[in-house]
Design a protein around this ligand. Structure first.
Ligand code: FAD
Length: 426
């Protein structure tokens, strides 16, 4: 049934994953859902939600066991994120945002750096923020201008400005991507570092007011010749873009899961409202025009659910490959599938929230009903971690490359013999 994701044929979770999912469903019903309006209205970092998710082990699901995590499958995490997002984007984005900022440390940090940071990030004792975007470089991130130069002690000095940095005000460390001063321009010149929040030269701005996505504030971050120790570099010099892409691959599946959960929540609210609200002597939902809207939205929801779950399954299968994590064409294909899920679910989610709000009539426009919050939050999913336009380009390029590598379609003749029969009438 589209409104219930349980017992979906694509989902087969391990017992520990299933148990945490059940616990999350309980928290959603009893605490996170009832609290969502307050979290959005206060619009300060949602410490209560963060601490709850940390205490319950939800934050730890993305971390390896060696550093205090539970190392859940992507599919289990998608299900958990979906449940949270069905009531509260803030709660869901606390989970996806933690992955976004911690993953580069897992993937590129030295053993000592991982030992020093990951257990605290997994338990919620500390937080990280991912600082990639700049005022002059968002989609075109290879043009970023934040830079570093060698310091006498063997480390580097980082300078530059980062924009839109989620949870910068509560972060203990930043994962910042920069280029060597005077070094090569473009993606190959980027390197990632862990920058301690309280190092001299780091300034975090006040929260930047925004449309929605409340409870997870964003700030500007300035680095002014910040001394970063040599062992805080993530991976080799020049690996910054590869690390960012590895991180964004996961984050994009997370965004798709948030959109999926919100779609379900919105449709449940709209359909329950339509059954109770009376118009022209019957429930709004008894009118055929509304039933067609609902039928169409339910089909969209289920199609996106299959897409997002299948993408998570592809991810899990690729990561479990005994030959090692995917690279080359296999990685490009996985990334393209993550782009498809992210673009399709977030675009469909935006459209569905608009229609669900319409179903509530004037009440949909009121702050007292959750749909206006869902509407404001939905927009962010089409922008963060690559806009829909960028994903469309990435997918299009990938498919064109694939087509060039395939044998020509048996019905395609590029030089057809175009003859007109003499008998044909013109
Ligand atoms: C609430 C919020 C939280 C965020 N959190 C973080 C964070 O924690 N860390 C971080 O690093 N960043 C973060 N971001 C930044 C986010 O990832 C960027 O905003 C996003 O990647 C888009 O970049 P931009 O805003 O510079 O848009 P631009 O790149 O300036 O794009 C403007 C418009 O042009 C379109 N466009 C650009 N290039 C093309 C093209 N080639 N073809 C077609 N259309 C194109 C875009 O789709 C968009 O519609 C956050 C943003 C928001 C709003």
């Amino acid at each position: 049934m589209p409104l219930n994701a349980d017992a979906h044929p694509l989902v087969n979770l391990a017992p520990a994953e299933q148990a945490l999912l059940r616990r999350v469903q309980q928290l959603v019903a009893e605490q996170i859902g009832p609290d969502a309006e307050r979290v959005a209205r206060e619009d300060v970092f949602a410490w209560d939600t963060f601490r709850l998710l940390a205490r319950e082990g939800v934050i730890a699901t993305a971390f390896p066991r060696a550093w205090g995590g539970s190392d859940f499958s992507m599919l289990a995490r998608v299900r958990i994120i979906e449940e949270l997002a069905s009531v509260c984007s803030t709660a869901a984005s606390i989970v996806t945002g933690t992955d976004l900022s911690s993953r580069p440390i897992m993937a590129g940090g030295s053993a000592a750096l991982k030992d020093a940071l990951l257990p605290d990030l997994a338990s919620g004792a500390r937080q990280a923020a991912f600082a990639l975007t700049e005022p002059g470089a968002g989609s075109d991130v290879a043009r970023l201008s934040c830079h570093y130069r060698d310091a006498p002690d063997g480390g580097v000095l980082v300078s530059g400005r980062k924009k839109f940095i989620t949870r910068a005000s509560t972060a203990d460390v930043f994962v910042a991507v920069a280029r060597r001063e005077g070094g090569p321009v473009g993606a190959k010149g980027l390197t990632a570092f862990v920058v301690p929040r309280h190092a001299p030269g780091v300034t975090v701005s006040a929260h930047i007011p925004k449309l929605g996505w409340n409870g997870v504030p964003i700030s500007m971050v300035d680095f002014d010749s910040v001394a970063v120790p040599a062992d805080h570099r993530l991976g080799d010099e020049g690996r910054g873009m590869a690390l960012a892409q590895d991180t964004l691959l996961r984050a994009r599946i997370g965004h798709a899961a948030i959109a999926l959960g919100r779609m379900r929540g919105a449709l449940q609210i709209a359909t329950q409202y339509a059954q109770q609200r009376q118009a022209f002597g019957q429930a709004v939902g008894a009118h055929q025009g509304i039933q067609w809207m609902v039928g169409s939205m339910a089909a969209t929801l289920e199609a996106n659910r299959c897409l997002v779950y299948a993408t998570a399954l592809r991810f899990d299968a690729a990561m479990a490959d005994p030959a090692g994590p995917p690279s080359g064409a296999a990685l490009a294909s996985l990334s393209s599938h993550a782009s498809i899920a992210k673009m399709h679910a977030t675009d469909a989610g935006m459209a569905m929230v608009v229609d669900c709000l319409q179903l509530l009539g004037g009440n949909g426009y009121l702050k007292a009903f959750a749909m206006e919050r869902f509407l404001r939050d939905a927009k962010m999913n089409q922008i963060g971690e690559g806009t829909s336009e960028i994903h469309k380009s990435l997918i299009g390029r990938h498919v064109l490359q694939q087509a060039a590598a395939l044998p020509q379609h048996p019905c395609l003749d590029m030089n057809p013999d175009l003859f007109c029969s003499d008998e044909a009438e013109v």
